[in-house]
Design a protein around this ligand. Structure first.
Ligand code: GMT
Length: 375
């Protein structure tokens, strides 16, 4: 099959899922064409059956906002026509689903009929999509997509609850490639960060407000006097500077390191004892799954799709959003040497259920279903 994939190419779960999916499909022999405004972060090297088409946006003094959606639709028309794609798969509804719909209409006038599969990822539904400046277009483009998938049952239910959508939405959980994400021997990393055998807590995100990084710092400030520990914060984003200031206020700078963006997160995850995800909203929590694949238990909030991944008391714990006392108590429990090995083993066992080999056939089935609708 020839599949066009549209996604955000930057650091962020939806782009990671789209890119790993495309690479996985290519390994199975499908031809995959990525159509984005820059090279997706995880599409680092040449891969057989993978093609990349850059959406170029020409500017003009009249445009305060260059119309990206039109440039994307035009590029889709071009790639579908000349590469003879069978299906377009868009990740994150805004503005990809509506751009794909426009391309589909233009192609139909040329006698080319192509189905659109839309995957909803999270804030396109739970946050941005509900803004009145986008809502009518999001609702429409979900309704006119040929197949719609959501990355958790929680996100599917949110879509039904918050939009005038009654069509079928298939749940296809996110996945991890366990041949890449697995615990590696990185003793030198570990020694450099925790020279005296301290426990290592870790967080990876885009440092948006919704990730509640301040809860992690508050938790760590309470845990630190009770346990020798270090905290590694990986990633960057709008909240980072405020969080650095909070570290100073809480007097925990000596034990906290901000690493910034990293490509090979599986290497750093390999030395962690606990992954923290206290988010206010989280449709799935891909970074938590990647941590579990590296045998790292997860302490998360109990919102959105997190209960579909993190098993309370087994693979880690979940606490209500903002409940720092509970988070601290649970962190101490997981990190207790009598408990840690059991949590680590359960985290890996759970991750195996979300291996790419389990989930990828579900996307292939979604494409078949979409194709059957247009022929
Ligand atoms: O949250 C965002 O800002 C968008 C998106 C992204 O691109 O990172 O994240 C969402 O999609 C991920 C992949 O499906 C999910 O694992 C994340 O839980 C989800 N983020 C939220 O729901 C906040």
């Amino acid at each position: 099959m020839k599949i066009g994939i549209v996604c955000y190419p930057t650091f962020g779960g939806s782009g990671v899922v789209a890119t790993e999916l495309g690479k996985g499909l290519a390994r199975l022999g499908h031809q995959v064409h990525f159509i984005t405004y820059s090279l997706p972060t995880r599409l680092e090297s040449f891969t057989e059956n993978v093609y990349y088409h850059e959406v170029s946006i020409s500017s003009y003094p009249l445009f305060q906002y260059p119309p990206y959606e039109l440039a994307l639709a035009s590029k889709l028309v071009d790639v579908v026509t000349y590469e003879r794609l069978d299906v377009i798969h868009v990740h994150y509804a805004i503005p990809h689903a509506s751009a794909a719909y426009m391309a589909k209409q233009i192609l139909a006038t040329r006698g080319i009929h192509i189905p659109i599969v839309t995957t909803l990822h999270g804030t396109d539904i739970t946050l941005v999509g509900q803004d009145p400046s986008y809502e009518p277009v999001v609702t429409f483009s979900i309704n006119v997509s040929d197949v719609v998938t959501a990355v958790s049952a929680s996100l599917r239910d949110d879509t039904y609850a918050q939009f005038a959508v009654s069509r079928e939405i298939d749940v296809i959980h996110n996945f991890v490639d366990l041949s890449r994400f697995r615990r590696q021997q990185k003793d030198h990393f570990r020694l450099a960060i925790c020279p005296n055998g301290e426990r290592l807590l870790m967080h990876i995100s885009n440092f948006r407000k919704v990730k509640r990084v301040e809860d992690i710092l508050q938790l760590f400030a309470r845990l630190r006097p009770q346990m020798a520990a270090k905290l590694l914060l990986v990633g960057d984003g709008p909240e980072r500077q405020r969080m650095e200031a909070l570290c100073r206020e809480l007097h925990i700078c000596d034990d906290v390191r901000f690493l910034g963006k990293l490509e090979a997160v599986e290497e750093i995850l390999s030395v962690a004892d606990l992954f923290l995800m206290p988010s206010e909203k989280e449709s799935f929590g891909l970074a938590a799954l990647e941590a579990m694949a590296c045998e790292v238990p997860v302490l998360s909030s109990d919102v959105g799709g997190l209960p579909e991944l993190n098993i309370h008391g087994q693979t880690g714990y979940m606490a209500p959003v903002g409940d720092i006392d509970a988070l601290t108590r649970y962190a101490l429990d997981i990190l207790d040497e009598r408990n840690l090995p059991r949590f680590k083993a359960a985290a890996l066992a759970r991750a195996l259920e979300f291996d790419i080999s389990v989930i990828l056939p579900r996307y292939e089935a979604a494409y078949e279903k979409a194709l059957a609708l247009v022929v």
